[in-house]
Design a protein around this ligand. Structure first.
Ligand SMILES: C[S@@+](CC[C@H](N)C(=O)[O-])C[C@H]1O[C@@H](n2cnc3c(N)ncnc32)[C@H](O)[C@@H]1O
Length: 226
């Protein structure tokens, strides 16, 4: 345990640190939060909302995995009564509680099931989801390459994987954020945009990655022959 993680309000995700509440606040406030993203990450927060919007296109009965769900920002892509089976997974119970609060506020709680899960060892059958979303997640995981393998494993052939990550190759300007995040126990080793594309392609996913400042957005389709 680092010295930082012993300071009240700080610590890893499972300690529900103040930073987690601050982060959740920024993603839910397009104007002020968006300004913080633009200033700190040179990234357009609306790009995250646009990626989440793809969830609105899912047909009734579709099964979705959101890992890590965090405070539930991706729920803004769903609509009440859409009839989707949405599994919100995260390693931290406090994040699942926030996601379910957001689901109730958005009248989506009948579609959302919270599930404690480690992305490195997902408790789901192979090829059991039509879509997997993983926004602002890979840089938080201890082994992002293994996380990609797990997320693609549970995705059906023809299914879509969509997500984002703070990239290691976004330039020195973001290095202080990466370093402080790691010392605080909130960020893992991270990865470059090239690594994300390579890891997904190796699992049989045809993928594209678009950069928005420090954040890379990836979207791919799992090939039927993977
Ligand atoms: C920056 S938040 C992002 C959450 C959300 N998708 C978003 O875009 O706002 C990162 C989340 O990763 C979760 N997390 C960290 N390690 C994890 C792991 N090994 N398995 C699952 N979730 C994890 C944390 O609890 C936290 O909720």
């Amino acid at each position: 345990m680092t010295i930082i993680s012993r300071i009240p309000g700080l610590g890893g995700w499972s300690d529900d640190p103040l930073w987690a509440s601050f982060y959740d606040w920024t993603v839910e406030h397009p104007h002020l939060g968006g300004a913080i993203w633009a200033a700190g990450l040179q990234s357009n927060l609306r790009r995250l909302y646009d990626a989440a919007h793809e969830l609105s296109l899912l047909a009734p009965g579709s099964r979705v995995l959101d890992v890590p769900c965090g405070g539930g920002v991706a729920l803004r892509g769903l609509t009440p009564g859409q009839g989707v089976d949405y599994v919100a997974a995260d390693i931290a119970q406090a994040m699942l509680d926030r996601t379910m609060d957001a689901a109730r506020e958005r009248r989506l709680d009948d579609q959302v099931t919270p599930r404690i899960a480690d992305v490195g060892d997902l408790p789901f059958a192979g090829e059991s989801f039509d879509m997997v979303v993983s926004f602002t997640g890979l840089h938080c995981f201890p082994d992002p390459a293994a996380a990609v393998v797990e997320m693609v494993r549970v995705l059906k052939p023809g299914g879509v994987i969509s997500g984002s990550a703070l990239l290691n190759d976004s330039g020195l300007i973001h290095e202080p954020i990466r370093r402080v995040g790691r010392v605080a126990g909130l960020l893992g080793p991270g990865c470059t945009g090239t690594e994300i594309v390579h890891w997904l392609a190796a699992q049989g996913v045809d993928v594209e990655l678009v950069r928005s400042g420090a954040i890379g957005y990836f979207r791919g389709v799992k090939r039927a022959t993977a």
